[in-house]
Design a protein around this ligand. Structure first.
Ligand SMILES: *Cc1c(COP(=O)(O)O)cnc(C)c1O
Length: 459
């Protein structure tokens, strides 16, 4: 008999969860102005708001916290991080930052100016925020297939090379300081980018003399998909694939809260020494001295260890299998989601489920609130609220997709939790015809509004 699949780790420490009643949740979500970011974590049973910084560190990472070196300059922990970045990603230069957006801030403060153009494949929200805040423009060049949630293709996160070249032809190279390739493509559903796409984007950038930045939050998950889906990579190790992926990039920004499995941390890595030196000023001004840049020594040590563990096949197989397990349950219940399931999350297609809720009343947000009310599960809206208003017209932007993202923290929940999530979603799905109204905005910030937005039920 073939043995069933099992996790590649066992549990050493547990944390109690809080269950609640529907009545309690109705009160809490109203107090939270129907924004799930405003809930207290104790009001949540299963927290799928994000996989960012919410994973479980290993025994070796906790041990690394104890041996971390807190020297202001030249800390041993910095050199551990340098060694891991050099060996695993292949970059010679880097600056630690307190998280991924801080890496973007350091980089973009140095290379972006007003009127610049930054093409990419569905820029992540903080990336777009940092670009638009500097009055530069982010142009999305993701393949159009990514907009069709039911289409099963292996590398749905790819950049469309024609769209990219059109941008290159339209604007002079001086106005395009960098191209951002996000792997995996978070906003398009945690969808991977193929090695051949990375290679082609890189050669197109080279042809036009434009730098390539890899936004690498989930680079290891991307490598797993390359190994399991792309021809010629099945026999390569994850670390070999990772080295090749980054060999095509000039710069990497990293939110280590994702694939380095730490609670806080990030970095920006460079191939070019001069750019690294230029960026040091903004690192020192905003983050800290260049050998700690916003991180404690112990956190840098845990990050270095996490980079190693996060790029091991057995761990990645466990992780991606859990996401696939949840997706298979949704298949069983006929619930539509962005296919195939992504690396870190399942993105439920709210537009296909809440067909009676007008888009002006935020379908994905409405579904997120319903799932919370059903079982205390917290997901997050990836739709019109996240998309913000158009910076010029100030009209709401309605993206092609209205998704409810259920992000799975690393090494944190069991498949029993996945069963609860799927059943709760099925209950909401079964009563979908009765959900007819969504929410209206009562308060919002001018940029990145989704974190703090306040809503009220539409009447
Ligand atoms: C999380 C994330 C970021 C930003 O990182 P933070 O650590 O949250 O600041 C940037 N890009 C992508 C693709 C991400 O997933």
């Amino acid at each position: 008999m073939e043995l069933p699949f099992a996790e590649s780790y066992k549990i050493k420490m547990v944390e109690m969860l809080h269950k609640s009643t529907r009545n309690e949740r109705e009160t809490w979500i109203k107090e939270a102005k129907y924004n799930l970011f405003n809930l207290k974590s104790d009001q949540v049973f299963i927290d799928l708001l994000t996989d960012s910084g919410t994973g479980a560190m290993s025994d070796k990472q906790w041990a690394a916290l104890m041996t971390g070196d807190e020297s202001y300059a030249g800390a041993r922990s910095y050199f551990e991080m340098q060694e891991a970045i050099h060996r695993i990603l292949g970059f010679d230069y880097f600056l630690p930052t307190h998280q991924g957006r801080a890496a973007e801030n350091v980089l973009y403060s140095t290379i972006l100016k007003e009127g610049d153009i930054v093409p990419g494949n569905s820029h992540f929200d903080t990336t777009k925020g940092h670009i638009e805040f500097r009055k530069a423009k982010a142009i999305d060049c993701t393949i159009s297939e990514a907009g069709d949630t039911q289409l099963e293709i292996p590398f749905k996160g790819n950049m469309d090379l024609e769209k990219l070249e059109t941008v290159f032809k339209k604007y002079p190279a001086q106005r395009i300081p960098v191209v951002v390739l996000t792997i995996t493509n978070n906003t398009a559903g945690g969808q991977p980018v193929s090695m051949s796409n990375i290679r082609s984007v890189s050669s197109l950038c080279k042809k036009y003399g434009i730098r390539l930045q890899i936004d690498s939050a989930r680079f290891a998950e991307n490598a797993y998909f390359i190994k399991t889906r792309e021809k010629g990579y099945a026999d390569k190790s994850i670390k070999e694939i990772v080295r090749e992926m980054f060999s095509y990039a000039d710069i990497a920004t990293m939110s280590s809260k994702k694939d380095a499995i730490v609670n806080m941390g990030g970095f920006v890595a460079f191939r070019n020494e001069t750019l690294w030196q230029k960026c040091q000023m903004f690192c020192i001004m905003n983050e800290g001295f260049i050998t700690y840049g916003g991180m404690s020594g112990r956190d840098m040590s845990a990050l270095a260890q996490g980079l190693d563990e996060g790029t091991e096949f057995d761990y990645l197989e466990t992780r991606i299998n859990q996401v696939a397990y949840l997706a298979t349950k949704l298949d069983e219940y006929g619930i539509p989601y962005q296919r195939p399931a992504g690396g870190h999350a399942v993105f439920v297609d709210a537009k296909k489920i809440l067909t009676h809720v007008p888009k002006e009343e935020f379908q994905a947000q409405t579904l997120a609130v319903e799932l919370y009310l059903e079982a205390g599960i917290r997901g997050v809206e990836i739709g019109a609220i996240l998309a913000d208003r158009d910076p010029i017209t100030r009209e709401n932007r309605y993206p092609v997709l209205e998704l409810l993202r259920l992000a799975i923290p690393r090494r944190t929940y069991t498949n029993n939790h996945m069963d609860v999530i799927a059943s709760a979603l099925k209950n909401v799905y079964d009563r979908r015809e009765n959900i007819r109204r969504g929410y209206v905005i009562t308060k919002e910030l001018p940029i990145m509004r989704h974190f703090t937005i306040e809503l009220a039920p539409a009447e």
